[in-house]
Design a protein around this ligand. Structure first.
Ligand SMILES: Nc1ncnc2c1ncn2[C@@H]1O[C@H](COP(=O)(O)OP(=O)(O)OP(=O)(O)O)[C@@H](O)[C@H]1O
Length: 221
């Protein structure tokens, strides 16, 4: 399991006078369940991108256990992310034309020459666990709630120690949002993963153990 330590982090983008993110220090325990909240443009997605190694760290340190992401190049961060992080992106990033099952397996196929049969079994188990009735249904014919469930299953197939979700309930109605929140919490618990969720949804934030409030890139008290 992973513990996070941030020191002197600053992320700047061209054209912005102030840093998009400025966090002097932040520590999270292993297995923490954390919401990241704040108004639009406050830096939530930027923080998730830094924590998942998608965003280059120009200044400061972001260490998950013994791995300081600021010391890794892009390729090494990509490999680290594939091994340690499950990502649920805002707009799912599913591939049309492929079934739900194939979408869940896709990162596994890209990562090795031959898919282990156990991964297919695990993908089917996860799709059953997230409540998808027909794993062979093309993803473009699924409802948004079902697509989000496929994205959650895909994030968990590699048994990540870190689960990061960007607005996972944003485009869902209250019922589907609650179901996806249940899933994220239950599956993170089962996998004993550290869960970090950017959300505007107070019901989801209220179910996590801590909320980090960002205001103009800084952590509010
Ligand atoms: N690639 C980029 N280039 C330039 N500016 C960027 C880039 N990415 C983000 N920003 C800026 O950084 C700030 C933080 O953006 P970010 O997307 O992290 O906010 P957010 O809190 O996730 O917003 P929302 O809730 O609307 O998704 C904003 O001012 C945004 O315009």
């Amino acid at each position: 399991m992973a513990a996070l330590s941030i020191r002197d982090l600053e992320v700047r983008f061209p054209g912005l006078a102030q840093p998009a993110l400025a966090i002097p220090a932040l520590d999270l325990d292993r297995g923490a369940r954390v919401a990241v909240s704040g108004p639009s443009g406050c830096g939530k997605t930027t923080l998730l991108n830094v924590l998942s190694g998608l965003e280059k760290i120009g200044h400061g340190h972001v260490a998950w256990a013994d791995t300081d992401l600021s010391r890794l190049g892009e390729g090494a961060r990509d490999r680290w992310r594939a091994a340690h992080v499950g990502l649920v992106m805002q707009d799912f990033h599913l591939f049309p034309g492929l079934s739900a099952l194939e979408n869940v397996l896709l990162p596994q196929r890209l990562g090795c020459w031959r898919l282990q049969p156990s991964k297919r079994v695990e993908a089917l188990r996860l799709l059953e666990r997230v409540g998808l009735p027909n794993p062979r249904q093309p993803v473009e014919t699924l409802s948004r709630g079902q697509m989000q469930r496929v994205a959650v299953a895909r994030a968990l197939i590699a048994r990540p120690e870190i689960l990061i979700a960007d607005e996972p309930t944003a485009s869902l109605d209250a019922e589907a949002g609650a179901a996806v929140a249940d899933l994220l919490l239950d599956l993170a618990q089962e996998a004993q993963a550290t869960l970090i969720v950017a959300t505007h949804d107070p019901r989801l934030a209220g179910r996590l153990s801590r909320t980090l409030r960002l205001d103009a890139g800084r952590l509010a008290a």
